[in-house]
Design a protein around this ligand. Sequence first.
Ligand SMILES: N[C@H](CCC[C@H](N)C(=O)O)C(=O)O
Length: 290
Amino acid sequence: MNTKTILFTKMHALGNDYILIDETRGEIVKEREKPEFVKKICDRNFGVGGDGVIFVSKSDNLDIKFRIFNADGSEAEMCGNGIRCFAKYVYEKGILRKKRMKVETLAGEKILNLKTKNNLVESIKVDMGLATFKSEKIPVKTKDKTFINKVCKLNDKKIKLSAVNVGNPHTVIFVDEVSRDYAEKIGPVIENHPIFPERTNVNFVKVLNPNEIKMITWERGVGITLACGTGAVASTIVGRKLGKLNKEVTVNLPGGRLKIEIYEKNNKIGAFMEGKATMVFEGILSMPWQ
Ligand SMILES: N[C@H](CCC[C@H](N)C(=O)O)C(=O)O
């Protein structure tokens, strides 16, 4: 069997790190092999290491297509940090030289506005769209139409959960103190709880003041990450819904800060997320795995 080489680019946004592969000139990793490939390349000992893989491909009806796979090989609908990495990648590599991008994702069309200097992308503002609290859309298996501030018993402790979909499913828990240990203990129990048929991301959030929160996320398909863009959006929107937050919120994540700007439209809540992304290194993989 002859080997083939695969070019990849390692990037991160606030330490949430991704491996990007350009499939705009044709498929690089066969569709049915993508989950296994992702699991191997994301392994931090036996592979390159990363929270996931982002595939860049042509879109039939928008500017470009974004796909994101978690480190466990599962495909997610959307990724806030990942799409900022994606925007910087496609712009600086000349794949899509537009400062306003219409991106196709599994969570629908996303509009990105890039700030550039000397042809380099300095920051990216993403319209993350409108959230839904409808249980059937999150999805959450419950007779209740929404799942907000629900008291649940986990490991003999009562905690209050709020579920929301911001393109992908999130659960938000407001805590007195943000603790990685607590997130690692409770996160996987909630991620895999049977009331979440598609699993869920789990956000632990402390409100510092109506314009600032501190949080940590146990991500679906990954575990604890240094930042979660959709988690920051979900936490801010739930906080706004519960009257805890204003419209401009600074989100403090382990890997750094994100700016979230809430908007309200047709009785729904949406958000803009603005932040940077960083290109770390380019690499060459020789396949098949030795
Ligand atoms: N683990 C998430 C996808 C990545 C989201 C996160 N890294 C972000 O920045 O939004 C999910 O399965 O929905």
